[in-house]
Design a protein around this ligand. Structure first.
Ligand code: GLC
Length: 432
């Protein structure tokens, strides 16, 4: 008896103490009239408050209602972040979804994973959120990526494509030349000024995005009619140019092999480079108050090799619902809200996510905030998808390691591409 009193007293003390100490977070008691869904996504490159505002708004719109004898549960959203690298997120999801986890309901997936996750049966069919007649409202690339056998497995949230950032002031000083249209011209300007050309050369998914832009803009390809065609004269030439940027022309510093998106943005943002390849998100951060390059940055299409068009890798993130979610209807409502025109516009204005809904490219507020929006629209229309395959991640891992060996000088571009050709053929053969 005495012990029980002591126990209760201690508990009351701990609870009271917890309430008194600032920062001691305590879960509110479960409310039988409220459902909680968990939303997983990567850490944002911008201010996380922007997403919180939307989540709060969704929760306000979905408060529980008790009316006579009927009850409509409210929905709360628990927001959980993962590291920003696509590869690390992929690993997290594969481990958890494979194990049948229901710890998260809604999650953001890279455009390259949809085929794999849908085939594995991990994604809820969201076709009714994006019926055939509404698909035209979105860019074609992401819609194709989320559609398998006419079923839709995720809703495009924001779109990405590789772009060239350049320093307007330095080009003006250099005689008022326009941004370079060819890779050769880019090398010439960067060598003359001299200031660096920065891109993402670390061994990870971003490297594949960068290299493919060189290969495609030389007339090369990875797969054609399901056949591996990576070991071609065009690709050898293009990969050699990338290696030469670092080793021969020295317009790209050696440290490029350690760079992902954010470190490249920081180097360019400190004024250390004249050119940078990156995704459109960087523009807002480079132009924000206090940025040393504010007002000096331009953004345009990537250069290309003579006689071939420029090529941008299609990127971007989609919202999916875990097949094992315990609250699939609530999760679907949240996906519909987060991918709505209103939410996409808010994220465009606050964190610089580019909308997947085409109509927003005529929105006056977004146009004012992002002067290159019309050019981006054209870039997104033409952006090229990485090979769409349930085995994409295996193909990518092979590309990451061979491209990286070429950049590090461990293999010649010829050796790397020839090895890659047989590895990719084997991967596809094994999974026929
Ligand atoms: C961006 C793109 C994504 C790509 C990744 C590579 O997040 O949206 O598609 O895979 O960068 O780093």
């Amino acid at each position: 008896m005495g012990n029980k009193h002591l126990h209760n007293g201690l508990l009351a003390f701990i609870v009271a103490g917890c309430m008194a100490v600032a920062g001691c977070t305590k879960e509110p008691p479960p409310d039988p009239n409220t459902i909680t869904i968990t939303f997983k996504h990567s850490k944002l490159f911008g201010d996380p408050a922007a997403l919180q505002t939307l989540i709060k708004e969704f929760e306000r719109e979905h408060q529980g209602i008790v009316f006579h004898t009927s009850k409509e549960p409210g929905i709360r959203v628990k927001d959980e972040t993962l590291p920003s690298s696509s590869d690390e997120q992929h690993q997290f999801y594969v481990i958890n979804l494979e194990a049948g986890s229901s710890d998260f309901d809604v999650f953001a997936i890279d455009v390259i994973w949809v085929a794999e996750f849908a085939k594995a049966g991990w994604l809820r069919d969201l076709s009714k959120l994006l019926p055939a007649q509404d698909r035209e409202e979105f860019f074609r690339g992401p819609v194709e990526a989320v559609t398998l056998d006419d079923r839709v497995y995720a809703i495009p949230w924001f779109i990405d494509a590789g772009v060239l950032y350049y320093r307007k002031d330095l080009l003006a000083k250099y005689g008022g030349v326009p941004p370079p249209r060819t890779w050769g011209k880019l090398v010439r300007i960067a060598a003359d000024i001299p200031k660096h050309d920065i891109w993402q050369g670390k061994q990870y998914e971003g490297l594949v995005c960068n290299v493919l832009e060189y290969l495609w803009s030389s007339g090369g390809a990875v797969l054609e009619d399901g056949k591996v065609v990576i070991d071609s004269p065009e690709n050898r030439e293009a990969l050699k140019v990338m290696v030469d940027l670092v080793r021969t022309y020295r317009v790209t510093p050696d440290l490029v092999t350690t760079l992902t998106e954010e470190p490249s943005r920081e180097i360019f943002g400190r004024g250390k480079a004249i050119f940078m390849r990156n995704w459109p998100y960087a523009w807002r951060l480079l132009e924000q108050d206090g940025s040393p390059v504010k007002g000096k940055v331009g953004m345009t299409v990537l250069p290309h090799f003579p006689k071939h068009p420029s090529a941008a890798t299609l990127g971007g993130w989609q919202l999916a619902v875990n097949k094992n979610s315990k609250h699939p209807e609530a999760a679907e409502q949240f996906v519909a809200f987060m991918t709505s025109a209103k939410a996409q516009k808010h994220l465009g204005l606050t964190v610089g996510f580019q909308p997947t809904r085409k109509a927003l490219y005529e929105d006056a507020k977004l146009l004012a905030a992002q002067p290159a929006l019309a050019e981006l629209y054209k870039i997104f229309q033409r952006a090229r998808p990485r090979p769409v395959s349930p085995y994409y991640v295996l193909l990518s891992q092979a590309m990451q390691s061979e491209f990286s060996a070429a950049l590090a000088g461990v293999k010649t571009p010829e050796e790397a591409l020839s090895a890659l050709q047989s590895q990719m053929e084997q991967i596809l053969k094994r999974h026929k």
